[in-house]
Design a protein around this ligand. Sequence first.
Ligand code: TYD
Length: 205
Amino acid sequence: MTGLFVTFEGGDGAGKTTQAVLLDEWLTAAGRTVVRTREPGGTEVGVLIRDIVLHHRGHVAPRAEALLYAADRAHHVETVVRPALSRGDVVIQDRYLDSSVAYQGAGRVLASAEVRDISLWATGGLLPDLTVLLDLAPDLARQRLDADDKPFDRLEAEKSEFHSRVRDAFLGLAAAEPERFLVLDASEPAPEIAGLIRERITPLL
Ligand code: TYD
């Protein structure tokens, strides 16, 4: 059995966690060992980095921010993701390098290709076998986030124009690599989305 690396991407409020849990349950019931993890913050070091990038009040230089996400990713891939894949596990991960390209690139300060290259360097070139993009219009995502009681982090608090650029960036990435991406309408009911993900993953198992 070989390992499988599945990542979930999309804006905040798109339902990534719900789908990651459903996929985990389905694969576990089918007898696979699943490692469910996330970025930023999938390791002890990562939790510290996550605190800086999401909760630091005040300006963080865009290049520093991009490097912090890449540092989190480098440590996470080396200590969690690659070991799991070599054991033959399925890694289900909330966010990966496409988030860096979409979010850090959408700030308009950094070139997307540079952001991607930094992540590829950080991870030794590890790309997911499948990336599920849960696509949702930013106004719908905002309604979902407003319904939650959690206070907004730095990125959630960005203007809606920023979130539209993030969404467009994700869709552009998916269009450029259709063999890696599965793009789904996140406004559909969760069980339906889960079914489409299972269909796409079955031949990869
Ligand atoms: P996430 O863990 O999905 O947030 P939450 O737990 O609050 O639902 O992601 C945190 C934020 O980090 C999200 O707004 C996107 C951002 N992010 C980047 O900007 N670049 C990155 O490389 C990653 C992984 C996340």
